[in-house]
Structures are given as C-alpha cells and as structure tokens.
Design a binder for this molecule. Structure first.
Ligand code: ADP
Length: 537
C-alpha cells in the first residue's frame, strides 16, 4: 500500500540511531516497477530506465558493494509539470524518489539513492539557463545545468559575468550549491550565493521562496528575505522538496585578477599559515575561499603513487621531501585569489607578502591576468580563480588504482579557521588514516571564520579488503572528530546516519524537529528518505 518501501519500517532505532541501510518494504519492487511502466507511457519510454540499465545510476565509488544503494529505476522528466507528475505518481504508488542534477556527486554517492529500491529523478533534461541578468549579476538556472553549460552560455552571450566553479566542471550548479559545495572565486562558498528557489513539494505543489511569491516581482533572485520566515535553507541538503529553479549570484568580471600560491616548507608552521590566511580573508585582502593541500595531496592530483613510492604502508617522509622538491611544492600549499585593478592588486599583494613573509620558510607567487583573458591565456593551474571549469583534478583517483576502479571518498569536518583547530583536526585525521595504512591526503578550505578540513582517501573500489579498511577508518573517525567539536559538512550515503547522529545536542532535538517538518510536508516519506540521516517517522 501507500508508503511501502518509503521508509515505513521505522521500528527499532528509527531516526538518529542506526546506520544500517533500510530494506525496502514488502511489495515495493513491484510498486516501483508498476510506477515506472506507467511513467514510461507518460514521459516516453526513452526517458524511463529500469532493468540492467539501472547500472548507470550506481555509485562507482561505493565502498565494496555497489548494490547497497541500487535504485529500482530512473525517470528523466522534461519540465516542472513532469516533475510534479512523477512526484504524484510516487505518492500514489508509495515509491521513494531520489532527485539528482547531474549525478556527479562522486565521493558522496554519485547518482545513487540512500534507500535501495528508490527511483532516481534525473533532472538532466531540465538544463536551461533561463536568465542571465547583466545589470544585477545573477543567473536563473535549472538543476540539469552543469558548470560547463553555465560557462559556455555566459561566453555565448558575451557576458561580463563569471560563475564560481568547483574542482570538476561536469557537476550541477544547483546540485553543488544545494549540497553546500565550494569553488574558489570570490563566490566560492556556493551556498552564500543562492538566492531564490522554485521547489516541487512531496504533494506535487510548487512554491517559490522569498520574493518569488510576489507575482511579477523582479526581486526573487535579488533579495533573500521575502515576507515572513526564510525557507530557502530548508531545501539545502534536504529531502523536503525537489528544486526546479535556482537563482545564483554571479561575479562581475574584474578589470584584473591575481591567482596566488603560498607554500610553507615546515609542517610545524601550519598553525601560523592558517592564522595568516584567516586574517587576510577577514581583512578582505583575499577574496573568497582559500584552498590548501599537503604535498602528497597536490602530487595525487597530477601523478600516480608508483612514480614516487611503490612500497607498502604510507609514503615515507623522505619521499615527501622528494615529491616537494620535484614538483616545487611546500609541505602545505595554498591557492587563493584576489580581484581588482592593478592599483588595488598592488596593495593586496603587498599585504599578502607582508603577512606571509613573517612565516619562516614561506614562499608567495602571484600570476596576474586581465579580466578579459581567455581560457587559453590563463594557465590551467590558475583557471580556478577565473571560474573557468575543467577536469584537471579528475586523475586523482588513480593515485592508488591505475584503472577504472580508482575511487575516492572525502571526510570533511568543519572547525574554526584558526591554526589551533585546523592543526588539531589535521592531526586526528592523519594519525588515524595512516594507522589504517593510507596516505594522509589532506587539505582545508577557509572562508573567513570556518575551515572545512578535508581528508581525501583514494582507494581501489574493486578491492573489498581495502574498502573495508576505509569503512572502518571512517566509522571511527566521525565520532572521534565530533568529540573534538568537528562535525562533517557533508557525507557519503554510507555515513549519513552516523554523521547525523553526532549532532545530538539536547537529545537530538534538531533532528527531531527536522523529522517533524518532514512528517508534515511528506507524510508518506517519498522524497529522498534517509538523506542526511532524516528518515520519515
Ligand atoms: P553534482 O552536482 O555533483 O552532479 P548531483 O546533481 O548529483 O551533484 O546532486 C548532489 C545531491 O544534491 C543529490 O544526491 C541530491 O541529494 C541533491 N540534489 C541535487 N539536485 C537536487 C534538486 N534539484 N532538488 C533537491 N535535491 C537535489
């Protein structure tokens, strides 16, 4: 009946507790099959997937068992009305849905759903850049628009506006912002530049947030407030609705820009480096997100491990020295950017050199470009600063497995952006992951007040023993980091419950409140059950 398979089996350990995957309810496989067959008639058979073709919607970076998160099928609606029809069909059939934009959420589950047996709602056909406003500097985009698509559209229009891009350009602008992803321009903290959402709710209704509710208002993508409570945040990392349009603020092209690299050759000076970067960011000298990686991390982005070391255990310290010398790296390496005319860049660069110069063993290098420089004129390593999308770092997964089964998973605890905390988080993760036999590939993203401390693990998804070691290390690290006050900002499907469980203040009151909202707007629990640990009651 209705609700079967959509997380109605919420007996023991419902909610905050369990990290076990929930089996789909009885009869749900047939319910899903029936729904997919009906939608094949409605949407066109070529826009509905089931059977073996579902493999395209598995998580290639799963820890061992790709079938743990196997969907029953996928549907590809063409427009908002078809999204509504899909949601209504799922409500009637009691089938869980899992919306994706481009499905490139690798390291967090890719296109696969949290609950096996769900039907993926692939929004890839809603791929229009609906509006680019040159005066007010925003775009209105659909969830199937990738960073490449938005960049191409801005160039096609000869726009003066830049979008911020993450490491890989193939992901969805909407999906990434909804997941609170990062890029590296002045607009790199993507969630801060979302303004105005259109959302299809679990009952098939459509809402527009904020000023979008005022018919004819042009301020929907300009002013977040609206009249009354701000609801936009409810739809980030959320299973309360399917976002079908999003306003995103764009950066007016600067006259000139500087892509800046900072390195320190002494690990022990990490706290000084972090404190310096925070001050430069808070002062407004550096614009946007600061991105740092250790030497092995940078090397992993451009080479395979055997080039340096093919022994067992972690890459030894002497080898790290060789890597750093060969690739011209420090033990920690920062990339960041600042924008303005040359006079302003002179002042900013002088201040960067002054602050960083006080750290022994540090180096600063700056490349400056015209805002109008083409992608060919900007060094590939500096593309991040101008929002030029690429796939430069996609090779990192070959660090350990030189083949199609190379995979990665990221652990990303948030700390204050202070030397003390970033060094402490780094130490916890490094000790633990090295004990598990993996190289410490570490980094941090800083945006003024907080740092996202990144532990990247490259592993061979085809090697079950290796997957097991990763799983165990993660399961231990999450509570260990939480005990130090560091909570993940995002998590792979496999660890969503465990991460949610750590946010336990006042007897899990926040998660309970979220579940109350979920019960009110999606009583049958059809939208992304289990996402971010939020299961239907
Ligand atoms: P990427 O940008 O890497 O391609 P996805 O598009 O797969 O990422 O989106 C990442 C995650 O964000 C999805 O797994 C889903 O949980 C959520 N998400 C993506 N698009 C939407 C949407 N339109 N509405 C609600 N949630 C979404």
């Amino acid at each position: 009946g209705a609700g079967a398979g959509a997380g109605t089996g919420t007996g023991a350990g419902a909610g905050a507790g369990t990290s076990a995957g929930r089996a789909a309810g009885a009869g749900s496989a047939e319910a899903a099959r029936g729904m997919l067959e009906r939608l094949a008639v409605e949407l066109g058979a070529e826009h509905v997937t089931f059977g073996d073709d579902v493999d395209a919607y598995l998580d290639d970076y799963a820890l061992g068992d790709r079938d743990a998160f196997r969907p029953a099928g996928a549907v590809r609606p063409a427009d908002v009305a078809e999204v509504q029809a899909v949601v209504r069909a799922a409500g009637a059939a009691g089938v869980a849905l899992w919306p994706i934009g481009r499905g490139k959420n690798l390291g967090y589950g890719g296109p696969a759903p949290r609950q096996p047996g769900s039907v993926v709602v692939d929004l890839g056909r809603l791929n229009r850049v609906l509006e680019v406003d040159e005066e007010s500097a925003y775009a209105l985009v659909e969830p199937g628009v990738s960073f490449f698509d938005l960049y191409d559209e801005l160039r096609r229009r000869d726009s003066r506006l830049w979008a911020s891009v993450p490491d890989l350009g193939w992901g969805s602008v909407v999906g990434n912002a909804l997941e609170r992803g990062y890029g590296y321009t002045a607009h790199g903290d993507h969630q801060q530049f979302v303004c105005g959402l259109e959302v299809v709710l679990a009952d098939g209704e459509v809402i527009r947030t904020g000023m979008g509710a005022l018919p004819g208002a042009e301020t929907w993508p300009l002013y977040r407030g609206g009249f009354g409570p701000g609801l936009e945040g409810l739809f980030l990392q959320s299973n309360l609705g399917i976002v079908t349009k999003m306003g995103v603020w764009l950066l007016p092209r600067p006259e000139r820009f500087a892509a800046c690299r900072i390195a320190i050759d002494d690990e022990a000076r990490l706290p000084e480096l972090v404190d310096a970067m925070r001050e430069l960011t808070l002062e407004g000298v550096i614009d946007g997100v600061v991105n740092a990686a250790n030497a092995v991390g940078v090397a992993a982005g451009q080479s395979s491990r055997e080039r340096w070391f093919d022994g067992d255990g972690v890459v030894p310290d002497e080898v790290v020295d060789v890597i750093a010398a060969d690739l011209g790296l420090g033990r920690w390496n920062v990339k960041c950017a600042f924008y303005g005319g040359d006079e302003l860049l002179d002042l900013k660069e002088r201040r960067v050199r002054e602050v960083i110069g006080a750290i022994a063993g540090s180096a600063v290098s700056v490349n400056r470009y015209d805002g109008t420089a083409t992608a060919e004129e900007v060094l590939p390593m500096d593309h991040f600063a101008a929002g030029i999308p690429g796939m430069l770092l996609a090779g990192g997964v070959r660090w350990r497995a030189n083949g199609p089964t190379g995979a990665h998973i990221g652990l990303c605890p948030v700390s204050p952006f202070t030397g003390l905390h970033v060094a402490a988080a780094s130490r916890i993760m490094r000790d633990h992951i090295e004990a598990a036999g993996f190289d410490y590939i570490g980094g941090w993203l800083g945006t003024g007040r907080h740092a996202v401390n990144v532990l990247m693990i490259f592993f061979d998804a085809a090697d079950p023993a290796e997957s097991d070691r990763v799983r165990r290390a993660f399961a231990e690290l999450v509570p260990l980091l939480a005990a130090a006050g560091y909570g993940e900002y995002r998590a792979h499907l496999e660890f969503m419950d465990l991460v949610a469980e750590q946010f336990s203040w006042n007897d899990h009151a926040l998660l309970e409140f979220t579940r109350t909202l979920k019960a009110a707007v999606d009583p049958a629990g059809i939208l992304a059950p289990g996402k971010q640990g939020v299961w239907p009651r």
